[in-house]
Every structure is written in structure tokens, then in C-alpha cells.
Design a protein around this ligand. Structure first.
Ligand code: SF4
Length: 426
């Protein structure tokens, strides 16, 4: 299976994807999340990498961040709202939220001039504020205007090679240098919240669709590669390897570790036998690395959500306006799209009453499930009534359209208010 952030088709088999790319199951840990969001309760978010670290931080009240980059290539739509909802929820749980307008990626991968991309990106940011992201604990930026980000990207790029990009992204011969470099910028976006400017290392989660997983695989590897010290462990001992193999440095660090177990220094590493507290050793290593001018990055985490289907059937496509509801749609325009949407209804009224509808194949049911109804009982009632043939598509679509119209009307006026606020978030 091939996935990349620019050309991937809709995912047909999520379990195969999890197996192939080593994405972990979410259900077991979602119960541990306080005030779990409906996207977790309904298993719309279905998998993760290392999200446990963030859950731990939430439970302990420790610092953590959530980050997302929006590639401004079209209007923000309900697919983007899924990420926005998670960012707002993570902020409410105590996280700081970083949002990158990926104008460099838009230029490199989609040939959108950067000024235009920044202008489109503004629409994403306004919707995010209108949906409820607070100014306190938010940091928005355009990639091309963030000097510290670019410096970080340049350093990271020195640890990324062509063979790796080919293997992760499936690049072929005609890929531009800008697109290759934009992968280092994405990695920098994700590690940026952990830099000294923002208080240093901390758990960071990126809520995303599975098409973004290649960025996560790259950044997780790179975050380790730029570490000055690497911690490994086997059954009986922990090994701390020095990237720069400076023996004096290792001797100095051995003294700091002397209470953690039985330490010995070698040319390029320290071994600790009968170690007492693994977490403590990792923490001391990070602190020592920061002291030596390193980054001490914690491998970033991610969560993955399912994609919504397009209203016209198949996948949502930014080039087919009828296939998605834009957050900028006029309410009447959105109503028309819903009324013309592909449903899981039967071909005739009598068949619908006899056999029942198929909500699992219905884009209108998805609107209720993903966005329009928070109450579990109401969603279940729609499902049950549909499969029992007690619900008819015409009235069902009208109900969804009415919910959507009132959401979009309110969203439009909140976006107007957000225009006054936006500069404070940048
Ligand atoms: Fe979809 Fe509603 Fe029709 Fe069921 S009744 S198939 S949920 S539109």
C-alpha cells in the first residue's frame, strides 16, 4: 500500500494500513482520555503513534502541545474541521496549540504562489478561531515568515537523505528540490513547539488523516537522529550512545548518572547495569543534552482519523465542489449540496420501507455522525430508524441540511468577529 500527503486516494482498509505501517490501536487507550471527544468515542479517530505520552501529560497536568499544518490549496471544509475540532479539544485539556499555514508546501507541491497561499490560509485560521480556539495557548504562523522554523528545517535537512525520501514518499525522478525540502519544513513544524523558544522538549501530538503519516514517520526518525545522546535498553542494562563520541563529555555525564545504577564509560557510550529508574535516566539524558546545546527532542506523537466520504459518492475532492461542504459555503448552497447528496437509500420508497436504508454507505448519515449531532442517542436513533425503514431519505436530508444551515450561519458571523482577533494569534 502506498500513501503520501499529496496524491493518496481514500483508504479502503484501515486495518491493513495499521498493520503495514505500525499504527497502534486506539480503542484501548481512548477510555483513559478525560472528557473524550466524540471523535474518540465514535472511533472516528482509530489509531495513533505514541499518543500515550500525551495522555500521561494530560493526566499529570504536565505541559504538552498539539500541532497541525494546513496546506492552503482550497477552501477549508468539513474534513479540515475534524482536525480543528481535535485541536480545540486538546487546548481545552491544557495543551498549547501550534498552527502552521503551509505556504511553502503549497508552493512546492501544488505550485500555489506563496502570497496567495497565505491569503487562503487566513480562511483556515479564521474558521479555527470561529470554532472556538482560544487566543491564550495558541500560536499561528506562516511557514515562509518564521525565521527560526527555517533555521531548524535547514539543520534537520542535514539529517535527511534522498534514499529515505524515496522510500517514505515514493518520490520519483522528476520531483523538485523545493518539494523535497518542504519535507524538512514539515518536520520542523512538528518539532518547533519543542524548541527553546517555546520552553524546550515536551510531548507533541499531531492530529491528522492517514495521508499525513509519511511526515510522521520522517519526523519521528529525524527527531532521534538529531539527538546528541541516544538511549537504548536491553533486559539487563541501559546504553547511552553519544553522537559526537566525546569521551570527556561522557565522563562528565557518568558522574551525573552515578546514582542511577552501575555506570561504565566506553569510547562512544555509557552502560548502566542494574539501573533503577528508566524514566529518570531518560530525563537526565535530555537535561544533559540541553545543557550541551542539543535539542533533546521527544519523539512526536500522532492520532489518525478516518476520512469522510464525498457527498457525491467516493472520496471528497477539492476539485469537485459538490463533493464537500466548505466552511465558507452559503447556507443555501450547502442545503442544495445535501439535498443532492448520495445516500444509502433504496431505489424506491416501498423498498426503503421493506428493506431499510444503509446508513453505513450514506454520506448524509456521516454528516450527522461526524459533525452535526453530539448526542449519542440521537445518532443511534437515526441509524436504527434508517435500517428499520422508518426513516426516508428526503426528510432525513432536509433535517441534516437544516442543522448544517444553522451551523454555517453561526459560523459565518463568528468568522466576522474572528477577523478582529486574528493578529493576536500570529
Ligand atoms: Fe441516509 Fe437518512 Fe436515507 Fe438512511 S434515511 S440512507 S441515513 S439519508
Amino acid at each position: 500500500m502506498h500513501i503520501d500527503p499529496w496524491t493518496s486516494d481514500s483508504i479502503k482498509d484501515y486495518s491493513e494500513l495499521k498493520k503495514e505501517f505500525g499504527i497502534e490501536e486506539l480503542p484501548e487507550i481512548s477510555e483513559e482520555i478525560p472528557n473524550s471527544h466524540l471523535m474518540f468515542k465514535r472511533e472516528i479517530v482509530f489509531g495513533h503513534r505514541d499518543f500515550d505520552k500525551v495522555i500521561d501529560a494530560i493526566k499529570k497536568g504536565d505541559e504538552f502541545s498539539a500541532m497541525s499544518g494546513f496546506v492552503p490549496s482550497g477552501e477549508p471544509h468539513l474534513g479540515h474541521k475534524m482536525v480543528m475540532d481535535q485541536l480545540i479539544w486538546l487546548q481545552a485539556l491544557g495543551g498549547t496549540v501550534f498552527v502552521s499555514v503551509a505556504d511553502m508546501e503549497a508552493f512546492a507541491a501544488r505550485n500555489i504562489p506563496r502570497d496567495k497561499a497565505k491569503k487562503i490560509g487566513r480562511d483556515y485560521l479564521l474558521s479555527l478561531i470561529a470554532l472556538g480556539l482560544k487566543e491564550k495557548g495558541s500560536y499561528f504562523y506562516n511557514q515562509s515568515e518564521e525565521k527560526d522554523l527555517e533555521d531548524l528545517a535547514f539543520e534537520l535537512s542535514n539529517n535527511i537523505n534522498m534514499a529515505e525520501l524515496n522510500s517514505i514518499y515514493g518520490f520519483e525522478g522528476n520531483v523538485s528540490l523545493a518539494q523535497m525540502y518542504s519535507t524538512a519544513i514539515q518536520s520542523a513544524d512538528i518539532l518547533y513547539p519543542q524548541t527553546e523558544k517555546f520552553g524546550g522538549p515536551k510531548p507533541v501530538v499531531v492530529p491528522a488523516g492517514t495521508d499525513q503519516d509519511p511526515h510522521m514517520r520522517l519526523v519521528r526518525d529525524v527527531s532521534n537522529r538529531v539527538r546528541l545522546f541516544k538511549v537504548e535498553k536491553n533486559d539487563s542494562k541501559m546504553i547511552i550512545r553519544s553522537k559526537e563520541a566525546n569521551k570527556d563529555q561522557l565522563i562528565e555525564f557518568k558522574d551525573i548518572l552515578s546514582n542511577s545504577g552501575d555506570c561504565s564509560v566506553f569510547e562512544e557510550h555509557i552502560e548502566i547495569e542494574e539501573y533503577r529508574d528508566e524514566e529518570e535516566i531518560r530525563k537526565k539524558t535530555r537535561e544533559f543534552e540541553l545543557d550541551q546545546g542539543g535539542y533533546g527532542f521527544i519523539q512526536p506523537s500522532s492520532t489518525y482519523h478516518r476520512f469522510m466520504s464525498g457527498l457525491t459518492g467516493g472520496k471528497m475532492s477539492s476539485s469537485v465542489e459538490e463533493s464537500y461542504i466548505s466552511l465558507l459555503d452559503d447556507p443555501e448552497e450547502a442545503e442544495e449540496k445535501v439535498m443532492n447528496a448520495k445516500t444509502g437509500g433504496r431505489s424506491t420508497l416501498s423498498k426503503q420501507k421493506e428493506e431499510g436504508g444503509q446508513p453505513e454507505k450514506c454520506s448524509v448519515y456521516e454528516l450527522f455522525f461526524y459533525h452535526l449531532l453530539e448526542d449519542e442517542d440521537e445518532v443511534e436513533e437515526i441509524y436504527d430508524n434508517c435500517v428499520q425503514g422508518e426513516r426516508l431519505c428526503g426528510t432525513c436530508k432536509q433535517e441534516a441540511a437544516d442543522y448544517l444551515k444553522s451551523f454555517l450561519e453561526e459560523h459565518k458571523s463568528k468568522r466576522e468577529e474572528a477577523k478582529e482577533e486574528l493578529d493576536k494569534y500570529m
